[in-house]
Design a protein around this ligand. Structure first.
Ligand code: HEM
Length: 499
């Protein structure tokens, strides 16, 4: 009898939950008129479809073709999510950071290893941090880092040439070369792996004046710690970050992460103490031996944070400065190496552009051109721009509304009831997926060859109209594209990544 009563109560509870989540909530949604794919699972909505698709951006582009520039799909427990490639909607989202923030679950997860660094901080904390950190990323600060970029580029080049000459039995790629791919004087190399080593080293030196020795292969405790910290992703790690108390479960991941956090904090504190002492002593030569002494982002940050004209309430705490070290490594490393790898892949598929670029590079008289000389290389600029347009390393971003709001649309959409809508109403808690990679392939802006790699489009557009595409109105921080996002939360490191 007791069992039947319990079963009855459970069924009633499930029925009530179902009615609330899937009937009442869906019916009262302000955005219910927005079309979209039917959910394939009650529990997971359309998520499984997205996760299983080999190309998430392509799936989103396919839905946009069917349902319009702005459409609705569902995630866990029927929760609505809106995907948009509409420039006016994206501009609204990026410029209203008081309304749109990172979803709290994602933020909590990032905070579990990045602390309250710039990527995680919100509101007044973010504003205060950004004001100080902007000084680390201005043009002069990045120019000062150029020698590090060249030193490491040369080390990478030597490493790759060394691999070509090495014994072919030592595999330099995860899979052996196919017989038809064997070339005299050539070698199959996992280029992304070595580029990633190079960007790790660059962020270490440029970010906080620390040699991480990734390219040289020397064992390094800080490099190991970052590697473990950022590779401990996975469903269990996410659950442990999100469910209070779950982090106490002593999994291997959790132990590794704790040990890694302890290492980055210990080394970080030492670096911070050295920088502060150097600023106090006003003779930065004692900081370390690299020839851009005191020019790394951490030094600039410490100096800016200790400036006499900065009010005490606007200064960053030591912990906040420390949190930027992991933040720079997390935000700046894989993004840059992914972008470079895709750009090289594009060049390998377009040998004619490779030839033009090589010719442009060989015409420069010095192996270490200045910032100004690099800026005067149109083919290089076009190649970088196209790589970042076609393969944005962060292809989608998710932002959640903190309050009810109305989103304007550049391209009206047809609602489920057949009426055209030039805006959509959303309630607090509705999340938006802005599919940057799809915005970048809009034929309306980029022409019928939007999906093609054509570097000349950038210098032609510049000459003709300084690029007045729709993306300009979407508010990207760099080059009329959204690769570095936009608004006050746009990528602070875009100058470092693009020059
Ligand atoms: C090709 C390379 C890069 C790409 C594609 C890229 C892209 C982005 C994007 C899309 C965002 C917005 C993220 C969000 O709103 O959640 C962002 C933010 C950020 N990026 Fe980058 N990034 C790159 C390189 C770098 C570098 C080199 C650094 C620094 C060393 C850096 C540091 C940051 C930081 C600190 C933020 C947070 C900014 C804020 O919230 O105020 N990024 N980046």
């Amino acid at each position: 009898m007791a069992f039947l009563t319990a079963l009855g109560a459970l069924v009633a509870l499930l029925a009530a939950a179902y009615t609330h989540l899937f009937i009442y909530k869906q019916w009262t949604l302000p955005c219910r008129n927005v079309k979209g794919p039917e959910p394939v699972s009650l529990l997971f909505g359309n998520l499984l479809h997205l996760v299983r698709h080999h190309d998430l951006a392509q799936q989103m582009a396919d839905w946009a073709k069917i349902y319009g520039h702005t459409y609705r799909y569902r995630v866990l427990l029927g929760k609505p999510r809106i995907c948009t490639i509409d420039p006016a909607a994206i501009n609204y989202i990026l410029s209203h950071t008081e309304i749109f923030v990172k979803p709290s679950a994602g933020r909590k997860y990032l905070a579990s290893f990045l602390g309250n660094g710039l990527l995680v901080a919100e509101g007044a904390d973010h504003k205060r941090q950004r004001r100080v950190l902007n000084q680390c990323f201005n043009q002069q600060a990045i120019k000062d880092l150029l020698p590090i970029f060249y030193d490491k580029a040369e080390e990478l080049s030597e490493k790759l040439l060394g691999l070509v000459e090495e014994d072919p039995q030592n595999e330099a790629a995860p899979t052996p070369t196919k017989p038809e791919g064997i070339q005299i004087g050539g070698r199959k190399i996992d280029v992304m792996k070595y580029i990633a080593m190079c960007t790790i080293d660059i962020i270490g030196l440029a970010g906080f004046g620390y040699e991480l020795d990734s390219l040289s292969g020397t064992k390094n405790e800080m490099a190991e710690a970052f590697k473990k910290m950022f590779s401990s992703f996975g469903p269990l790690a996410i659950v442990q970050a999100l469910i209070p108390g779950a982090s106490l479960i002593p999994t291997k991941n959790m132990k590794d992460r704790r040990a890694s956090l302890a290492t980055t904090e210990r080394v970080g504190r030492r670096l911070l103490a050295e920088r502060k002492a150097a600023v106090h002593a006003d003779h930065v030569e004692s900081v370390n031996k690299i020839d851009v002494v005191g020019k790394d982002l951490l030094s600039v940050c410490v100096r800016a944070n200790m400036a006499a004209d900065l009010k005490p309430e606007n200064r960053l705490s030591d912990k906040e400065v420390l949190d930027q070290i992991s933040t720079f490594m997390f935000a700046g490393n894989e993004t840059t190496s992914t972008a470079l790898t895709w750009t090289l892949s594009l060049l390998s598929r377009h040998p004619e552009i490779q030839d033009q670029l090589r010719e442009e590079c060989l015409a420069v008289s010095t192996p270490r051109p200045s910032f100004e000389e690099i800026s005067a290389m149109p083919i290089l600029a076009g190649v970088v721009h196209e790589g970042l347009r076609l393969y944005p390393p962060v292809p989608v971003l998710i932002q959640e509304a903190q309050q009810d709001t109305i989103i304007p649309l550049d391209t009206p959409i047809e609602g489920r009831n057949g009426q055209m809508m030039d805006h959509i109403k959303v309630s607090k808690g509705t999340a938006f997926t802005t599919a940057y990679s799809n915005v970048h392939c809009a034929e309306r802006t980029w022409g019928t060859d939007a999906a093609s790699f054509r570097p000349s489009r950038h210098f032609q557009a510049k000459a003709e109209s300084e690029g007045k595409g729709s993306e300009a109105s979407a508010g990207g921080v760099w080059g009329n594209i959204l690769t570095f996002s936009g608004g006050v939360r746009g990528c602070i490191g875009y100058r470092m990544a693009t020059g």
